[in-house]
Structure formats: C-alpha cells, structure tokens
Design a protein around this ligand. Structure first.
Ligand SMILES: NC(=O)C1=CN([C@@H]2O[C@H](COP(=O)(O)OP(=O)(O)OC[C@H]3O[C@@H](n4cnc5c(N)ncnc54)[C@H](O)[C@@H]3O)[C@@H](O)[C@H]2O)C=CC1
Ligand SMILES: O=C(O)[C@@H]1CCC=N1
Length: 266
C-alpha cells in the first residue's frame, strides 16, 4: 500500500488522540502527519515527536492525501467550506469523525464525487484500543483498504451502514464516558468498604478490563459469564438484584436513548 500523508483538522481531544495513536502504531511516520488548531500550545507534545502542527488549514489540506476532520459539529461547514476548491477528489479522501454530519453534507462541502469516509472512534484511539465504526462512499478500493487498515492499527473496526452512525457514536464513543462512570462509582463503593482510592481504582479498572476480555475472547453474552459468578444465596446476586431494584440497567438504557435522541433530534 502506498504511503499517505495525513492532515488532522482540529487538534482537540479526539484529533490529538488520533495523532497519538497513529504515532504509536507507526502506520504513518510522524513527518507525514500534520495537525491543525488555532492555538498550538496544547500540541507541543506531538510536535516534540515530529508531528507538524499548523494554524493554516489550507496548507495542511494541500499537503495531505487523507484529511481527517475532527472539528466540533457546528464548525465543520464554516471551516471546511473556505477550502472547497482545495479538495482534490482524484488523490484525496476526506475522513470525518464528526458527530451527526452526513456523507451527503461532507460531499456537498468538499465537492461532488469526493471520496468521503465517516469514522466513529473513541478516545482510546490514543492507545490503539479504539472501537471504530466506519462507512464510506466514492473511495477507490485502495483507499477503502488503507483507511480500514489505519483504524485496524488503532483498535478494532467494524463497517456499518451510515444510518447506524449516530447509534455508533453513542454506544462506542460516548460509551467510554459511560464505562468510566461505572468505574468511578465502583471506586466510590470500594472506598466505602475499606480500600484507599488507588487500590480501588486498580481493582475496579482491571476487573472491568477482565470482564470485557471474557466477552471479546469468548464471543459470549454477558449473562453467560454472570451466571458463573452468582453463587446461589451468595453476595453477587444480592448486590446485582439491589442494583436492579435501584434502576441500574434501566438508567443505562435510558441514558443511551437520551444521548441518541440528542444527536438525532438536537
Ligand atoms: N471527544 C470524543 O470522545 C469524541 C468526539 N467525536 C467528535 O469529534 C469532534 C471533535 O471532538 P473533540 O475533540 O472532543 O472536540 P474539541 O473541541 O476538543 O476539538 C475540536 C478542536 O478544533 C479546533 N478548531 C476550531 N476551529 C478550528 C479551525 N478553524 N481550524 C483548526 N482547528 C480548529 C478547536 O480549537 C478544538 O481544539 C466532534 O465533532 C465530536 O463530535 C467523535 C467521537 C468521540
Ligand atoms: O459528547 C459528544 O457530543 C461527543 C460525541 C461522542 C463523544 N463526544
């Protein structure tokens, strides 16, 4: 596969995390990554590793084969429309990780026929542990393989229909925050029953990692693994049932649907 230069437009939380992950993966060398932001102060760490930081989006776009847009949703049209004539559909692809901006809209912004990709990663991309959902249009076979390979280097990828992209945002991207809130609550409980915060943090985080690994390695449904933990008349089922009485599953399901409706209905 040919080497490609990447421009990341919008070096905020996710844009920087993508740059960090790409650097760690070695899939693209530091000198082939440009990241843009209006104020470059927070990009010093990436610059020290050889990434080029820029305030000039036009220069970054012109130099790139792959343009990854990581701007806030309300900024995308305004910022990218200024560079409409700079996009070259014969050699570039536009990859958006932006919530709620469709491939139709991206094509309108970048010009009809522009190869466009929507990717929905999460912040674990910084450590090559993202869950990334992808869909694309107008891409060449080589571009489609390249972009999947890039995200495969940065975690796990799945190809989805665009109509599921908002759902992917909630389950995969927001999901990091939801999982961390579960861990935070476990830490608070752990402190109440005797652990110091560092030990509670380690136990809660490693336990969640182990639970996730059981599902992923065995391709199992959670309840199969839960059944192995719940001793009859034991403490696990007593705790689980109390959590359900207090609305544990229901609160998560409701939170996920409210989050989804926030994207879909605004
Ligand atoms: N943070 C997350 O976990 C995830 C975010 N997303 C999506 O990624 C996008 C970015 O999200 P965050 O990184 O959290 O937001 P952010 O606000 O941290 O990053 C956006 C960055 O764009 C920069 N920016 C604004 N105008 C610019 C311009 N004209 N040129 C260059 N840079 C400019 C801002 O200074 C900021 O650093 C959003 O659309 C969000 O929906 C998607 C999945 C996960
Ligand atoms: O909260 C948000 O809107 C963005 C989208 C997914 C993660 N953060």
């Amino acid at each position: 596969m040919s080497a490609k230069k990447i421009a990341i437009i919008g070096g905020g939380n996710l844009g920087s995390a993508i740059a960090q992950g790409v650097l760690k993966s070695g899939f693209v060398s530091a000198s082939d990554i440009i990241i843009t932001k209006r104020n470059l102060a927070t990009l010093a760490g990436l610059q020290q590793q050889g990434v080029q930081a820029e305030t000039d989006n036009a220069r970054a776009i012109a130099a790139a084969d792959v343009i990854i847009v990581a701007l806030k949703p309300y900024n995308v049209k305004e910022v990218l429309s200024q560079f409409k004539s700079a996009f070259d559909p014969t050699r570039q692809m536009l990859v958006s990780v932006v919530t709620g901006v469709s491939m139709d809209e991206l094509e309108q912004i970048a010009g009809k026929g522009m190869p466009v990709v929507r990717a929905m990663p999460n912040t674990a991309i910084a450590i090559q542990e993202s869950m990334t959902c992808i869909c694309h249009r107008n891409t060449t076979a080589e571009q489609a393989v390249w972009i999947k390979e890039l995200f495969d280097q940065l975690g796990v990828t799945v190809s989805i229909d665009e109509k599921l992209m908002d759902a992917a945002t909630v389950l995969g991207a927001c999901g990091i925050a939801y999982a961390l809130r579960f861990i935070r609550a476990s830490i608070q409980g752990g402190i109440e029953i005797g652990f110091d915060v560092q030990t509670a943090n380690l136990i809660a985080a490693q336990t969640v990692k182990g639970a996730a690994a059981l599902l992923i390695s065995g391709n199992r449904h959670p309840e199969e693994e839960i059944d192995k933990v719940t001793t009859p008349k034991g403490c696990t089922i007593a705790g689980l049932n109390e959590m359900e009485h207090q609305g544990f599953s229901s609160s998560l399901i409701k939170g996920i649907t409210v989050s989804y409706n926030k994207i879909v209905k605004g």
